[in-house]
Design a protein around this ligand. Structure first.
Ligand SMILES: *Cc1c(COP(=O)(O)O)cnc(C)c1O
Length: 387
């Protein structure tokens, strides 16, 4: 089959491939421990579900404005003001079917053939594919493990060309858990402002930071950088709402207007019911988040300590998100062989680092129970001893 050029190289996300194999094994009755999860293992809080049920019962089940309801946009503005020191009006917000969709729209609207987008590696799998789908080219800038996977702004500066259109900042990062400090973000902002480059700031893990680090929104630094920044966020990770598909972007009005137009001809509005649930998530009680964060902290601490006690694996402490990104280079295995053999021989699933731009690492999610983490890591330990 000859497909259109833009999708000819496109493959399903490799993070989904490994979880499909793990699922197939489970179906056969094999007891697989999964470290592949890209979503919280907590249920959506009850008051959020109730808001959705109420929306259905009240008949809030029709089209809404394509880029979201005014109420939800208003709540997003309030949230951005309170949490992120960002001043936006509803006309500068577009609500989409998840943060992933918000990002996809941004690349479609801003980028085309001949443009370059700077992506810090290790990176989230979908960035490179979305950039390719827009016609643009990814330019990868490696963040060093010895720097805790925080990018060196000088490396960013070195990779800017006359074609650079945007840079993606993802702090806290998936897969490394790195949190970029204000000093680093200030330097990136300076570079972006001097070259008039857009900053796409994916802040989806903003609320999942452990220990003393603080989240900082790059767009809040000054007016100049605000006008170049697209701040992306959503309810998926913070409120265990991955299936509801609500994310959003805040940015300059002309870009948001174009995104809304694109969305009006593709998906139309994100689900009306989910928008009501997301509104409740933002304005309602936040206790469940605090509980989840506490649980994640305990799991992270255990996982990092255990991994660093192993001979053949080591791990930088993730400051946020819910993944460890251990180095496996001592095993002399590439990341796909490692993940494949670990699944076949020790019935434990992880995601090969190559999917995130590093073949020397694997990603282990701690969005699974403490019991699973203990069992899974002890399997990894025994498996490594046999190598
Ligand atoms: C999960 C994730 C997203 C997308 O989340 P949605 O469910 O589409 O809102 C975006 N960026 C990163 C880094 C993620 O891990």
């Amino acid at each position: 089959m000859k497909f259109a050029g833009r999708v000819s190289q496109l493959k399903a996300s490799p993070t989904l491939a490994i979880s499909a194999k793990a699922k197939a094994m489970k179906k056969k009755g094999i007891d697989v421990i999964g470290f592949g999860a890209g979503e919280p293992d907590f249920d959506t809080p009850e008051h959020i579900k109730e808001a959705a049920i109420c929306a259905i019962q009240k008949g809030f089940t029709k089209y809404t404005p394509a880029s979201g309801t005014v109420e939800l946009k208003g709540a997003v503005c309030d949230k951005l003001k309170t949490d992120n020191a960002l001043d936006y009006t509803p006309a500068e917000i577009a609500v989409s079917c998840g943060a992933k969709h918000a990002l996809y729209n941004i690349f479609q609207v801003l980028c085309e053939k001949g443009d370059e987008v700077i992506i810090v590696s290790p990176y989230w799998v979908s960035y490179t594919e979305m950039v390719t789908l827009s016609g643009a080219t990814s330019r990868i800038v490696a963040a060093k493990e010895s720097d805790g996977f925080v990018v060196n702004p000088e490396e960013v500066a070195k990779n800017i060309t006359s074609r650079t259109k945007a840079i993606i900042v993802n702090s806290p990062s998936n897969p490394t858990g790195a949190v970029f400090g204000k000093d680093v973000l200030e330097k990136i902002a300076k570079i972006a402002a001097s070259k008039k480059i857009f900053v796409i700031s994916d802040e989806i893990y903003e609320k999942l930071i452990y220990g003393g680090e603080k989240h900082f929104s790059i767009g809040s630094l000054d007016k100049e950088i605000r006008d170049l920044t697209l701040t992306v966020n959503g309810v998926s990770k913070t409120y265990s709402m991955t299936g509801w598909r609500i994310g959003y972007v805040a940015g300059p009005k002309d870009i948001i207007t174009k995104i809304s137009a694109l969305q009006s001809h593709s998906t139309s509005n994100p689900t009306s019911i989910s928008q009501m649930a997301a509104l409740q998530a933002l304005v309602g009680p936040q206790e469940e988040l605090a509980k989840m964060k506490k649980e994640f902290t305990g799991r992270r601490d255990y996982m990092v300590k255990k991994i660093n006690s192993l001979e053949d694996m080591s791990c930088v402490e993730p400051k946020g998100a819910f993944y460890c990104f251990p180095n496996i280079s001592k095993t002399k295995l590439d990341s796909i062989t490692f993940a494949d053999r670990l699944l076949d021989e020790a019935h434990t699933a992880c995601v090969p680092g190559i999917a995130f731009g590093s073949d020397k690492h694997v990603r282990l999610s701690f969005a699974t129970s403490m019991k699973n983490i203990e069992t899974g890591l002890s399997r990894i330990e025994k498996w490594l001893e046999k190598q």
